[in-house]
Design a binder for this molecule. Structure first.
Ligand code: SAH
Length: 352
């Protein structure tokens, strides 16, 4: 067992089983042993690779879409340019480079990054000097807010419930023969799942992300008050159904209970929960990443970049374009939702 596994097992032995959300929070963010506390998991040598690490085109196009939304809303200055969970800072570096061509945008931007990992904050500081860091969205300034989040919400802890008549049995992490094991709490009503009685049956598993509504509401409130736009990209679907908890270690699937703190844990994002919590702003239609990037002109950008490359670099560039957009790769599993004030133009690539 990992050191964190022993800590968690001792706590369960003393206090009883814990919710999956508590377990995930410990695994990812424990102050000493948490997965994100102790490492940079991104990139080819890490446990997983994300869209901005695959190609510069991703950050360039997202940045330009945000800059166009800023222009469409009258180019407010100054404004907050924010990213949630910026990883190595690659997306924002690519976005800022592309947006340097949009007159006034970079000069008016005040860069605010929401990041809890000390290791990744250090990586971001090296590439994005002058940014201001936050532990949560709650402390983002009261100002026009133009925000990007890629693969942030999937890292937030979730709870899982199995339908049992009019109630729900929560999936808990407990102990069996000294090892961590899943179990089920007795059935109780769950107010936050009242809306799921009509579209689920006995035995169905649904997931709830307790932190998501407040995070979305904070973003929505700023955009409603001051103007702005949010582009949120992640894997998931309109409404949660089924067990999507996933552990990755060294690029391979792992047992989520096997190596606490040493494996990444994620779950699919429930975009309907974002749409519900985002009121009073307007949410776009949920759009597959591949469709979104094609609408923003990724093919033209890919061709322009390819012209300057040698044969090997061109082959990996073509593979990166395919990986971001093809339905069998990231193009369909990953989805994009945009948030804007009701009166504002839609974000390029996203219709309402
Ligand atoms: N957006 C980046 C990194 C994705 S990994 C990319 O696309 O490459 C998830 C990121 O969210 C990491 O930077 C991680 O440290 C951060 N993160 C995870 N949970 C967080 C939380 N609760 N609060 C703030 N940041 C968090």
């Amino acid at each position: 067992m990992t050191p964190l596994g022993r800590i968690i097992a001792a706590r369960i032995a003393a206090q009883g089983p814990m919710s999956l959300a508590q377990y995930m929070a410990d695994c990812l963010m424990h102050p000493v042993h948490g997965y994100y506390t102790t490492r940079d998991p991104l990139g080819r040598a890490g446990d997983f690779i994300t869209a901005p690490e695959i190609s510069q085109m991703f950050g360039e196009l997202l940045g330009l879409a945000l800059a166009q939304a800023w222009l469409d809303q009258g180019a407010p200055a100054p404004f907050t340019l924010a990213e949630l969970g910026p990883g190595r800072g690659t997306l924002m570096v690519d976005a800022l480079r592309a947006c340097a061509r949009m007159p006034g945008f970079v000069a008016a931007a005040r860069l605010h990054l929401v990041e809890t990992s000390p290791v990744l904050r250090a990586a971001q500081r090296a590439r994005l000097p002058g940014a201001v860091w936050h532990d949560s969205v709650a402390s983002l300034p009261e100002a026009p807010l133009f925000l990007i989040a890629n693969e942030f919400l999937d890292a937030l802890p979730i709870r899982q419930f199995i339908r049992d008549g009019a109630g729900w049995r929560e999936r808990m992490v407990g102990l069996a023969n000294g090892a961590l094991a899943f179990g089920l709490a007795p059935a109780t009503p769950v107010a936050a799942l009242a809306n799921r009685h009509d579209d689920t049956r006995d035995g169905d598993l649904v997931e709830l992300c307790p932190a998501l509504p407040a995070i979305t509401a904070q973003i929505g409130a700023r955009i409603a008050r001051h103007g702005g736009a949010a582009i949120i990209v992640d894997y998931g679907d309109w409404e949660s159904l089924g067990d999507t908890l996933q552990a990755l270690q060294g690029g391979a699937r792992a047992d989520p209970l096997a190596a606490p703190g040493a494996a990444d844990l994620t779950a699919h994002v429930d975009f309907a929960a974002i749409a519900r919590a985002a009121a009073p702003v307007r949410h776009s239609r949920l759009t597959p990443q591949g469709v979104f990037l094609e609408r923003l002109g990724i093919t033209q950008r890919a061709q322009a970049l390819a012209a300057g490359l040698g044969a090997d670099a061109r082959a990996s560039h073509v593979a990166a374009h395919r990986r971001l957009t093809h339905p069998e790769e990231m193009g369909q599993l990953f989805k994009v939702i945009g948030l804007t004030p009701h009166a504002a133009a839609p974000i390029p690539g996203l219709d309402t």
